[in-house]
Design a protein around this ligand. Structure first.
Ligand SMILES: [Zn+2]
Length: 603
């Protein structure tokens, strides 16, 4: 917090380091025009309720208006959101953003009739409609996404009851959130410099990276002491959440909660099963990595709290923003001139908000919509981490750019299942590039390999461990097994031992890890981090070491948006995510780099 004093005010940030939002709306008055236009049309679209059975042109009219309004609403949303994020203390834009948020809710209410009514149109009616009005075929995939749910939508009365009870269904998640973010009493601990600091999730993460084992151990013990005291309450909140998923899957006639969750993104369940199977077949690599950690850190016993401290000297060289842009452009040459030209556009035409200023939103993201540039928010620091963030967010932005410029509005975005693929493909390309640049510089090579190996451990192994736990507790509850704290502790401790192997002491506390992971409330979400990173490892390898054909296919994937189901879109890129091969390939790369790191650190 003391740092805040040194940060510049928004008005003092040099213009060239800020994003140019006048390309969205020249003035706030132009924003107001679009805002009013959406507002005025809400009663119009609401009045179209009941019209879809009137014929093909009625469906075309309603769909057209729906998409038009949605498109404008997204544009006003992005403008208000970015204005608000750049300086959250500015009341004018706080107010603008909250007006847009309430407009989003009103829009949702005004079009809530659309999907249920569409579902009443039979297949034969739809066939007639397509024959009568050929323009409707432009929306066929959009309609089909709704029709996919046909066998899983219940009678109107039941749907009403379920919708009305949504607050009650989310009680487990909400209670966990309040307990975890507000009520849990964390103690004061000692940090690296001997200062007393209040423990929190954020502070815990930092202390686990400490070079002092005593600091790491204390943070670990103290954190789990707190979760241990509340483990029975936390088991109850998680159980409520699991029961919510299992109940809904059952009444909606899915075979499992997993199937229901994946169906929402049109992902077949074998994608999930393949991930767990293939990762399990390669746990020996994680065991080797952990054993290497123990040797490099020169510890008699390696504990769970020793897994996050860096294995290399952290004095990594400085990467300024200007230097990072040069490196990113150079690394991305492998994508071909067209891709590079758009990255240059991003760098030269102020798509990025670079530096931290007072009251700017923290972190980094890429955000935009069909009618805006894909903007990037950063809080720049001169280090390797930020170079990776720049190229990661650039991957998201290029994906958005290509989808929006090659698809009609209705297919101009992309599925959450593929969302982290373009970003991590760029990260993997950068890793390849840096390893090549530093081929005669073992110290730098070690830093890059350590960065990669830790990333793979956290993204592929750890998220799959979570995915396995998530599947297990849902299956056990469905079978009638009570999910007590003891039951979950025991399973989690065994699972953790299976993943990390004998080189690490399975500290008793780790059995409680399930109790503090918010992602277990996301409904089968985390596996996508692992599948995405594995797919991108394979893609980047093809782009860097393959032929022009690999690049061509990759760009076709970026251009596809949501024009097909996600696994088909990925097939265009040359990766079949319904088969295990791409995962095997990702592990080959991991193993080869682990070998290299082992060799370098033996010296
Ligand atoms: Zn991302």
């Amino acid at each position: 917090m003391a740092n805040t004093q040194k940060l510049p005010l928004r008005k003092d940030v040099p213009e060239k380091l800020t994003w140019d939002l006048t390309t969205v709306y020249k003035t706030d008055a132009d924003f107001e025009k679009d805002f009013s236009a959406v507002q005025d049309q809400l009663p119009v679209i609401a009045q179209l309720a009941g019209s879809l059975e009137n014929g093909a042109d009625a469906l075309l009219k309603a769909t057209g208006l729906y998409l038009d309004l949605n498109r404008k609403l997204e544009k006003v949303y992005v403008y208000a959101q970015l204005k608000n994020d750049q300086d959250t203390s500015e009341t004018k834009y706080q107010a603008m953003f909250s007006r847009v948020e309430s407009m989003v809710a009103k829009f949702g209410a005004a079009v809530s009739w659309f999907d249920p009514e569409l579902l009443t149109l039979s297949e034969s009616t739809m066939k007639q409609y397509y024959d009568q009005e050929p323009k409707l075929s432009d929306y066929k995939r959009l309609f089909d996404q709704t029709f996919e749910k046909r066998g899983h939508i219940l009678s109107n009365d039941v749907e009403k009851v379920l919708a009305g009870a949504s607050d009650i269904f989310s009680a487990g998640e909400k209670t966990f959130g309040i307990l975890d973010n507000t009520d849990l009493p964390f103690p004061v601990v000692t940090d690296d410099n001997g200062n007393q600091v209040q423990l929190s999730q954020g502070v815990y993460g930092i202390l686990l990276e400490s070079t002092s084992q005593a600091v790491r151990k204390q943070a670990f013990k103290k954190l789990y002491e707190v979760y241990g005291q509340f483990q029975h309450t936390l088991a109850a909140t998680l159980t409520t959440n699991v029961k919510n998923h299992n109940f809904k899957a059952q009444v909606r006639k899915y075979n499992s909660a997993l199937e229901a969750a994946l169906a929402a993104n049109e992902v077949p369940t074998n994608v999930y099963q393949n991930l767990i199977d293939v990762v399990n077949n390669h746990l020996d690599l994680l065991h080797r990595y952990v054993a290497l950690r123990k040797r490099i850190l020169d510890l008699d016993n390696l504990h769970m709290y020793d897994l996050y401290t860096s294995l290399v000297d952290k004095k990594s060289p400085k990467y300024t923003f200007d230097r990072s842009k040069e490196i990113a452009l150079d690394a991305l040459q492998v994508m071909g001139p067209d891709y590079v030209s758009h990255v240059k556009e991003e760098f030269d035409h102020r798509w990025i908000d670079v530096v931290e200023n007072q009251f700017k939103r923290s972190g980094g993201y890429s955000s935009g919509t069909y009618d805006t540039n894909p903007f990037i928010l950063l809080n720049w620091k001169d280090n390797l981490d930020n170079l990776y963030t720049l190229i990661h967010e650039t991957g998201h932005s290029m994906h958005s750019y290509y989808s929006a410029h090659n698809q009609p509005y209705q297919y101009g975005d992309y599925s959450i299942f593929v969302a982290e693929i373009a970003s991590t493909t760029n990260e993997n390309i950068l890793t390849d590039y840096l390893l090549d640049q530093f081929k005669d510089d073992p110290e730098m090579k070690k830093i890059v390999l350590n960065y990669y190996l830790d990333g793979f451990k956290g993204t592929v192994f750890r998220q799959t461990q979570f995915a396995e736990f998530e599947q297990y507790i849902h299956e056990q509850d469905a079978k009638g097994q009570p999910l007590t704290a003891d039951f979950m502790d025991n399973y989690y401790r065994d699972l953790n031992h299976k993943y990390y192997g004998d080189a690490v002491i399975s500290d008793d506390e780790i059995g409680l890890e399930w109790s503090r992971i918010p992602h277990f409330y996301y409904n089968f979400y985390v596996y996508q981090y692992a599948t995405g990173f594995a797919a991108s490892s394979t893609l980047a390898d093809g782009i860097v070491h393959g032929t022009k054909d690999n690049v061509e296919k990759y760009l076709n994937f970026l251009k596809s948006g949501s024009s097909d189901i996600p696994t088909n879109v990925m097939k265009k890129a040359g990766v079949d995510m319904t088969k295990p091969d791409y995962l095997e390939h990702a592990f080959e790369i991991f193993e080869q780099r682990l070998n290299e790191f082992e060799k370098l650190t033996m010296k």
